[in-house]
Design a protein around this ligand. Structure first.
Ligand SMILES: C[S@@+](CC[C@H](N)C(=O)[O-])C[C@H]1O[C@@H](n2cnc3c(N)ncnc32)[C@H](O)[C@@H]1O
Ligand SMILES: [Zn+2]
Length: 277
């Protein structure tokens, strides 16, 4: 499958063809080396700014080994066996592409040009597009990964509908989201007051809330709570450089926590694996 054959116009729905400066359906043009499909830039201004700050904070793939060890540890848990054409939906700096195995063709999509420029270092095929209006034909992807993105949307259900639309009938969708549990709820809520770092619709899903928007479209065949102490320790890196040995210890604890009933629900993230209904 050639990348350009997956694209459709976000304005009229017609197939897109490659032109010199980007892509066109004949009536509408989408330009740039990372083609730009955003329909309403004004509304997204605050989110763009927040992501520009985020690239500086956590976006660039950091060289700190302890941090890398931590995010790789839980991001690897998203990966499914199914291979083929894969969408990294809200790819940010393209971290996930570093744990997606060989044998897949990865397409990344995000609204933030700052994030996409960083992702360009590791993902070949990229589009600048809104998750609520993806520039892809129906039933295109074998796997759609949506990692920590839905909670940025004004209306997350619109994002879920698009995942459903662009996924093949026998495809698999993986949704990983921030998770509001008793211990982390207040910590997260306080952090979100920093409007430079977080966009206007940024939230923290309760498990039931997330399930409610997904269930009309997908069967949830796996649900896993992930990231505890290691993730918290990651957060301290901005002030004090994380130590690799200490991180290994925290990740060891995390493994134990993830097997204790009830306690394991206090995770910072939750991973859902889905099949189309
Ligand atoms: C927390 S980051 C996650 C990035 C990446 N998936 C990861 O886990 O490293 C959230 C990402 O969602 C993107 N985003 C926010 N609103 C979006 C929208 N409406 N459509 C697509 N992406 C969006 C942001 O630009 C940002 O890159
Ligand atoms: Zn068009």
């Amino acid at each position: 499958m050639r990348f350009e054959n997956t694209l459709q116009c976000v304005k009229c729905g017609k197939d897109l063809k490659k032109i010199k400066e980007g892509y066109s359906c004949g009536r509408h043009k989408f330009l740039g080396d990372i083609p730009d499909f955003i329909l309403n830039k004004k509304e997204l201004e605050k989110e763009f700014n927040a992501q520009e700050t985020a690239v500086g904070n956590y976006g660039g793939i950091q060289t700190n080994k302890a941090i890398t060890m931590s995010w790789r540890n839980w991001k690897k848990k998203l990966i499914v066996d199914k291979k083929g054409l894969v969408l990294d939906n809200g790819c940010g700096p393209g971290k996930l592409s570093l744990v997606i195995p060989e044998g897949n063709v990865i397409v990344g999509s995000d609204i933030s040009l700052d994030m996409l420029r960083e992702a360009k270092k590791r993902i070949k095929y990229l589009v600048r597009a809104q998750a609520e209006k993806l520039p892809f034909k129906d039933k295109t992807f074998d796997v759609v990964y949506t990692d920590s993105m839905l909670h940025h949307l004004k209306n997350p259900e619109d994002g879920v509908k698009e995942i459903f639309r662009v996924l093949k009938d026998d495809g698999i969708a993986v949704v990983s989201e921030t998770h509001a549990a008793l211990v982390n709820r207040k910590l997260r809520r306080d952090a979100y007051k920093d409007t430079k770092r977080f966009g206007p619709w940024h939230k923290n899903f309760e498990k039931e809330e997330l399930i409610k928007i997904i269930k009309p479209y997908f069967e949830i065949y796996s649900m896993e709570n992930v990231s505890y102490l290691g993730y918290m320790y990651e957060g301290t890196n901005r002030k004090l450089k994380c130590n690799k040995l200490l991180m290994a210890g925290f990740l060891g604890f995390d493994k134990i926590i993830s097997n204790i009933p009830v306690v394991k629900n206090q995770s910072w993230h939750i991973i859902l694996k889905l099949r189309k209904k």
